[in-house]
Design a protein around this ligand. Structure first.
Ligand code: ADE
Length: 238
């Protein structure tokens, strides 16, 4: 997979050299390139923003540098604009993006990017506007980092233990069950007996129940409408 990131803060993306994405690059699974948007400016001050037409607070990112940048790096790619007004990023979207050959992250700052850039991008590649969540960051870089990490770890051949992908939170639509390791007693707290039983069917049933319990308590929106009511009633958490 190839990933290009266009940003006015290339240093923000330095963590991509570490940890998981760094490992994917070492394995040759990922060709990652970070670009400074200002290289596509033409004025002495390397200006990337200007005041909004129609008035209002803040600054808007100018179209010209973005147009040059996308023409240079994004032909045929899936172009992800990270923005709080995008569709929510989910595990399902991570899975979808992990199947794409070439992703380009366009990291907006200030009040956003001139809309004509997004309209133009749709003629260069396929556009997705994606939000990390219902809160506002200072720019799209942290979102690009998070999305890259979630996507890259799904690349075939990346995870040593593919089973851990199957069992983790969100893969089956539920939050993950609680986990324990040795010692069996720690500061007077015991590991649940069932996990020491060696009875795989009972363990699987217990984990499923715990995952449903957690999901009903913390994220009832993830459960099917009737399932949520049923699970909450069963668990007596109302
Ligand atoms: N840029 C600023 N806030 C953001 C968010 N919540 N998601 C993606 N990009 C952003």
């Amino acid at each position: 997979m190839r990933i290009d990131v266009v940003t006015i803060f290339p240093d923000y993306l330095a963590p991509l050299d570490l940890s998981l994405p760094g490992k994917a690059r070492d394995k040759g699974l990922l060709d990652l390139r970070v670009h400074d948007l200002r290289q596509w400016t033409t004025d002495r001050h390397r200006t990337v923003d200007d005041t909004p037409y129609g008035g209002g607070a803040g600054m808007v990112m100018k179209p010209e540098p973005w147009g040059e940048a996308l023409d240079a790096v994004a032909g045929g790619a899936t172009i992800v604009f990270t923005t709080p007004s995008g569709e929510p990023f989910t595990q399902r979207l991570a899975e979808e993006l992990s199947g794409h050959e070439h992703l380009v992250f366009a990291c907006g700052r200030y009040e956003g990017i001139d809309q004509r850039v997004i309209d133009h991008a749709a003629t260069v590649g396929t556009v997705r506007e994606v939000s990390l969540g219902d809160y506002v960051l200072n720019g799209g870089e942290v979102a690009a980092l998070a999305i890259t990490e979630a996507v890259v770890r799904l690349l075939p051949g990346f995870m040593g233990n593919a089973e851990s992908l199957v069992e983790e939170s969100h893969t089956d639509g539920l939050l993950e069950y609680p986990v324990y390791t040795k010692p069996a007693t720690w500061r007077g707290r015991e590991v649940p007996d069932v996990l020491l039983s060696g009875d795989h069917a009972r363990i699987a049933a217990w984990r499923r129940e715990q995952a449903e319990h957690r999901t009903a308590l913390r994220r009832p929106d993830l459960l099917p409408a009737t399932g949520a009511v049923g699970a909450l009633a069963d668990l007596d958490v109302r």
